[in-house]
Design a protein around this ligand. Structure first.
Ligand code: HEM
Length: 403
């Protein structure tokens, strides 16, 4: 018995050593980076709460292009404006794929826009852009919808009469309602319980995206499928979004197709009719979620967009809110090349124009109607960001005092 266990231990150690040497050899053909270990790669280097900071720190050690490992898969990180912009624009075709990782497969099953590559992605993206244009993006139609949401938001703030309020829910509600109008053709009242749940599930996905659980799922999917944890909650939330979208599709089918398609689902159903395809790809639900990883031929390339937004070569005070970043010496607005919040190249955000119009209309309406102040006794709020699928602020309260 003792002999067998000794042989097993020896076997495991030799397997570990062989794997380690294989990884070492693979490393020699890739940009530098921390040493990966068999099975876990460089997971031990990551701090999942402050991932973006860690990537910037690692760039200071290894240079702006370095390699991390998810298990046995190399991930090349591009850091700083120049490396990020070059990869997205000059080598756009090479980096426009998305890895079919177990996690992405489980979430999207090879459908939609965000997690797909190749023919499916091209077809879905073209259709998405065309439909947004048909629905009035860049025309007055969609602007009116946004104005209406801004009016409702103002009313919500007004009712608080300058008392401290957490603005995150009403803002997310308004922004989600713009997407709901585009996708489902109608808005939801702030009391609507189902819509609340949709927003909560979506919030969970944006907060938990890129978590350790997702990474572990990619490495040990066979095991993680049977274990409880954050990944199960993520799948559950995603399924909620899909079933919400399915319900809306059913009600569109029941009311029959209008002469003029009114929303994304109408356009989809008309397209399916035309192409005689039996199924609706689940793009509608996924429009609410977007991700950052890309892949050039088996290697994942991750242009660290945040590093371009924090690049000291391009921003005077990268970590401070500073409107002067976007003004010239005469106070005129200037476009900044390093402002890559919407990415660039083939995968540039599909909703950029919609998002920019929303930001403009919401901000101008709010600032014209209110003066924003910290609640009495509060000296400052934490402007550090929290990382999930996206960067977001720590919860805070503010007083919207009518002007
Ligand atoms: C301030 C708001 C927004 C920001 C900062 C933003 C940012 C981004 C970024 C950085 C990407 C690239 C992700 C990647 O490389 O995979 C992206 C992709 C995407 N965004 Fe946005 N986005 C915003 C709003 C929107 C809105 C309102 C929509 C809905 C119409 C939208 C739909 C999409 C889609 C469908 C993709 C995937 C495009 C593709 O993979 O081809 N985004 N977004």
């Amino acid at each position: 018995m003792l002999v067998i266990s000794e042989v097993l231990v020896a076997l495991l150690i030799s397997l570990f050593v062989v794997q380690f040497l294989k990884l070492k050899w693979a490393c020699s053909r890739l940009p530098p980076g921390p040493t990966p270990l068999p099975l876990i790669g460089t997971i031990w280097q990551m701090d999942f709460k402050r991932q973006h900071e860690i990537l910037i720190k690692l760039a200071q050690i290894y240079g702006n292009i370095f390699t991390l490992w998810i298990g046995h898969i190399p991930v090349i990180i591009l850091n700083g404006f120049t490396a990020v912009k070059d990869s997205l624009t000059v080598h756009s075709e090479d980096v426009s794929g998305r890895p079919a990782t177990p996690f992405f497969q489980k979430m999207a099953g090879g459908k939609g826009i965000i997690f797909t590559s190749g023919h499916t992605w091209k077809q879905q993206r073209r259709f998405g852009l065309m439909t947004l244009r048909n629905l009035g993006l860049g025309k007055k139609g969609l602007e009116h919808r946004i104005q209406e949401e801004a009016r409702q938001l103002l009313e919500y703030f007004m009712n608080e009469r300058g008392d401290p309020l957490d603005p995150s829910f009403p803002i997310v509600h308004s922004v989600s309602n713009v997407i709901a109008a585009v996708v489902f053709g109608h808005r939801f009242s702030i009391e609507d319980k189902d819509f609340h749940q949709l927003i909560e599930n979506n919030n969970y996905l944006t907060k938990q995206g890129s978590s350790i659980s997702e990474l572990l799922y990619d490495i040990f999917s066979w095991l993680m499928d049977h274990l409880p944890g954050t990944h199960q909650k993520i799948f559950h939330c995603h399924e909620f979004l899909r079933s919400f979208a399915r319900k809306e599709v059913r009600s569109h089918q029941e009311r029959g197709s209008p002469d003029e398609p009114q929303d994304f689902i109408d356009f989809y159903l008309a397209q399916i009719d035309k192409a005689q395809k039996p199924q609706l790809p689940p793009c509608a639900g996924q429009c609410l979620i977007w991700w950052l990883t890309q892949t050039s031929k088996g290697t994942i390339i991750l242009p660290n967009l945040i590093s371009a937004l924090l690049d000291p070569e391009h921003w005077e005070t990268p970590r401070q809110f500073n409107p002067n970043h976007f003004l010239d010496q005469d106070g005129n607005f200037v476009n900044k090349e390093a402002f890559l919040a919407f990415s660039a190249g083939h995968r540039v955000c599909l909703g950029e124009q919609l998002a920019r119009t929303e930001l403009f209309i919401f901000f101008t309406n709010l600032l014209r109607a209110f003066t924003f102040r910290l609640p009495e006794g509060v000296k400052e709020i934490n402007t550090e960001s929290m990382l999930g699928g996206f960067l977001q602020p720590h919860p805070y309260k503010i007083c919207a005092v009518p002007r």
